[in-house]
Design a protein around this ligand. Structure first.
Ligand code: ADP
Ligand code: ASP
Ligand code: MG
Length: 437
């Protein structure tokens, strides 16, 4: 089958028994030679993720951090004991505790989750441990240095037969630990896959691939067997949280497919993400029963601003002038809708940026500015087997059938977005799924 870089997520490595499942998956195919490991996640719904406990530990520094530190230590000691590995956890925890008084650095603490888990897993598998601090390079401003990282990963990995690399973090040239944003072990997995020139990047998690909607909201959404990088990027940006959005590009540029798999159901094929497949012809049959979409996703925390001024339409430069104000306020706009003399924008931002934006808009002396916050955006990526206009009509119908007020709607390319009140978010997502599949 060819070389495989393999990443296991937090729930896949949450306990010794889960790590044993991962080890069996690795043993079943010798081509799985490079492992990127997450920190232990939740063992059950009510459990804590180690990464969350580590952030909590950092918050508690200088105060009563003892119980949290003990909880973290117990989790790792249990894993080590049940795996029967001999790693000096006491010394590791002394070092971590020393940092509690010395370092004012949340990212260092957050990184210890994957560091310790990977130490234990490498010992259990008998594979080489390669510390991410030595191979994932960040710039002093905290961004990934992709070129150096690629060089360091190649140097460290291509000379060893099998290695475990902790996900989520790296370090600057001076050795200061930096992390990616949450869920960032997916990014490390993609960087490793790309550096070693893997034939596949396997990403093992707790669902059998990417589903057509968030299974925590929609009951039993259908699976997505295959999806292009482009469509996955759209779904991920719109809020599908299975894979970190920055995990796509490093493998996409080399044409390395990603296979999302379920650690608890290793025989399921999961989802294959690969270079864009040909576009099927659209049919314009509005009665079509073919699923109109590839998938649906959504995000909360949006604000919509509607600005109106008489005679704006027909004047050159109004739209670009308004968009420039968002740039100046450092706000990324996700949806724009124009109508006669009126522009509506939907975006997510903090209160300070919003205030700065509104001051800037005020300088244009508009007739009215309407602000609506507490919104959610729901986006559907159409499957191209059904004409785009039909998808957008079906989405509107679905919202009407569910009696949900659509605050703004926009369709562009193959993506159809509606903004609804946050209190309607889950109902709207369920309604959209029913209406579009
Ligand atoms: P890991 O810890 O393995 O990285 P994550 O929790 O980051 O796993 O991602 C897997 C979870 O993503 C699933 O358990 C599921 O609840 C959630 N999820 C959200 N949207 C989707 C979707 N469209 N398809 C599948 N899972 C989704
Ligand atoms: N452990 C980190 C987190 O919880 C990174 C990851 O799991 O990918 O965000
Ligand atoms: Mg994840």
């Amino acid at each position: 089958m060819g070389l495989k870089a393999v990443k296991f997520g937090g729930s896949s490595l949450a306990s010794a028994s889960q790590i044993m499942k991962a080890a069996a998956i690795l043993a079943s195919e010798p081509d799985r030679r490079y492992l990127v490991a997450s920190a232990p996640g939740k063992r059950s719904g009510s459990d804590a993720k180690i990464t969350d406990l580590l952030y909590q530990l950092y918050q508690q520094r200088g105060g009563d951090y003892g119980p949290t530190l003990a909880l973290i230590k117990t989790r790792y000691t249990e894993i080590a004991d049940e795996l029967g590995v001999n790693v000096d956890l006491n010394t590791e925890f002394v070092t971590i505790e020393e940092h509690l008084t010395a370092a004012d650095d949340a990212q260092y603490f957050a990184s210890r989750g994957e560091y310790l888990n990977s130490l234990l897993i490498a010992a259990y598998l008998g594979w080489t441990f390669v510390d991410a601090a030595a191979v994932i390079r960040f710039t002093d401003s905290g961004d990934l240095d992709a070129d150096q990282t690629d060089r360091l990963l190649k140097e460290a990995l291509l000379t060893v037969d099998r290695a475990v690399v902790p996900g989520f973090y790296g370090a600057t040239a001076q050795g200061k630990i930096r992390t990616f944003s949450r869920g960032g072990s997916d990014v490390t997995g993609a960087l490793v896959a790309s550096a070693v020139g893997a034939d596949v990047y396997e990403n093992w998690t707790d669902v059998s691939g990417i589903l057509m909607a968030d299974p925590r909201i929609v009951d039993s959404p259908g699976p997505i067997a295959r999806i292009s990088f482009t469509d996955l990027r759209k779904l991920t940006y719109l809020g599908a949280s299975v894979l970190h959005e920055d995990a796509i590009n490093p493998v996409r540029v080399l044409g390395i497919p990603i296979n999302i798999r379920n650690t608890n159901r290793p025989l399921d094929e999961g989802t294959w993400i690969q270079a864009d497949a040909g576009t099927p012809d659209s049919t314009v049959d509005p009665q079509s029963t073919i699923p109109a979409i590839i998938g649906l996703a959504g995000k909360t925390g949006y604000t919509a601003v509607t600005v109106h001024k008489a005679q704006w339409s027909g004047s050159v430069g109004v739209g670009s002038g308004l968009l420039r104000l968002f740039d100046e306020a450092q706000i990324i706009v996700d949806l724009v809708m124009t109508s006669v003399d009126t522009y509506t924008f939907a975006f997510r931002c903090d209160p300070t940026s919003l205030e700065s934006l509104l001051i800037r808009i005020g300088t244009l002396d508009p007739d009215s500015v309407e602000i609506r916050d507490g919104l959610a955006l729901i986006g559907a990526v159409s499957s191209r087997t059904v004409a785009s206009a039909v998808v957008s009509a079906r989405l509107a119908q679905a919202m009407a059938a569910a009696e949900i007020e659509v605050v703004v709607a926009s369709s562009g390319d193959d993506t159809h977005i509606v903004a609804v009140d946050e209190s309607d978010y889950k109902e709207a997502l369920r309604g959209a799924y029913l209406g579009l599949t």
